[in-house]
Design a protein around this ligand. Structure first.
Ligand code: ADP
Length: 338
């Protein structure tokens, strides 16, 4: 095969690929490799294209001994540091082919999965350890003390409730994620739905001495009624939990024009302490809490807003969070009308 044939062959490969001659010069590159490594590297030494010692060592070894070597390196792509898996293979006559596969997304997904498992285990272990401790106490120290037994059973019920909520939210999250790409089929009248949510949270509101006020005109959106009920339950419950005692939580429906057409904005505004802007971008991450202790005290799992985000995205909507410390918070869900 001559050099032109080799270049044509490389151009058929979807991944960045670079061929190196026996005399240690780059013989050919396909377009993705030129975009990744620089567009004037043909004819130059491989070190001009890839500065990673691991890759250069693999090229030298394969040129000498043939065979295949796999290595990993990071390269800058469009201003970002990305991880690449590099396959270096001998092609006969001392020629070496390097193929680069971007594994950043894979590595990130793997790290997220590991973090998630670690978080879930940690969240479950705390109440579980408490339960086991109290079982032990009930068996021995508090065996014949009815008063202590009653108190410990109360705490155990509380801890078991926490585990129950966590498992419920985890299942809900995985269900919502699984159908995120499936468009909801139903039609939802938002005003009665919000009235239902508010009345189901009356007990929480009364406990906090709060009032929930609903304003705006009736409107229908395409959506899944159960999931939208979940969204507004989570948002209004958070407003009641994290807002000031004795406040008014304002829920409003207002028409909104978006780039994708007409929509409705459902805003839930509380009169709480607000949230420092540094936390806002991370608030919808699973298990992210501004104040873990406070969230746990309130019976929170740290998953409520992650569930909200996935449901809203399934409805092709947006979640916006505006808050300033001392000013209260406003969580808005914007849902397209069609
Ligand atoms: P949690 O179960 O902890 O309430 P969420 O995912 O619903 O989990 O919320 C994540 C975190 O966002 C909460 O722990 C809290 O720190 C913060 N947060 C949510 N809503 C509000 C609000 N209305 N005012 C202040 N902070 C809030």
């Amino acid at each position: 095969m001559n050099e032109t044939d080799l270049a044509t062959l490389l151009s058929g490969l979807p991944l960045p690929a670079m061929l190196i001659r026996q005399d240690d010069r780059i013989l050919a590159c396909n377009a993705p490799a030129l975009a990744l490594l620089g567009d004037s590297i043909v004819g130059r030494h491989p070190a001009m294209a890839v500065r990673a010692p691991a890759v250069l060592e693999a090229i030298t070894a394969v040129a000498r001994e043939g065979g295949v070597r796999e290595t990993r390196t990071t390269l800058r792509r469009e201003g970002q540091e990305e991880a690449f898996h590099v396959t270096v293979s001998g092609q006969g006559e001392g020629m070496v082919l390097c193929v680069f596969r971007d594994v950043s997304a894979e590595e990130k997904a793997g790290a997220m999965r590991r973090d998630f498992v670690a978080n879930v285990s940690h969240e479950l272990r705390t109440p579980l350890t408490a339960l086991m401790g109290f079982i032990e106490t009930l068996r021995h120290a508090a065996k014949d003390d009815p008063k202590a037994r009653e108190m410990f059973l109360g705490i155990m019920e509380h801890e078991a409730g926490r585990m129950n909520r966590l498992v419920r939210d985890l299942l809900q999250l995985s269900r919502v994620e699984a159908e995120e790409r499936v468009r909801p089929k139903g039609e939802v009248e938002l005003k009665p739905l919000l009235e239902g949510v508010i009345s189901s949270l009356r007990g929480v509101a009364e406990r906090e001495g709060d009032r929930v006020e609903l304003t705006g005109d009736p409107v229908t959106v395409p959506g899944d009624p159960d999931q939208l009920t979940q969204v507004f339950t989570n948002l209004i419950e958070n407003a009641l939990k994290y807002g000031a005692a004795g406040q008014v939580v304002r829920v409003s429906l207002t028409p909104e024009e978006t780039v994708r057409g007409p929509a409705v904005r459902v805003e839930v505004a509380d009169e709480g302490d607000g949230i420092d802007p540094v936390h806002l971008p991370r608030l919808t991450e699973r298990f992210y809490r501004v104040d873990t202790h406070r969230s746990r005290e309130m019976g929170g799992t740290g998953l409520g807003l992650a569930i909200v985000k996935h449901i809203v995205s399934r409805h092709r909507g947006w979640l916006k969070i505006d808050s300033e410390p001392g000013e209260g918070s406003r969580f808005s869900v914007i849902l397209p009308l069609g």
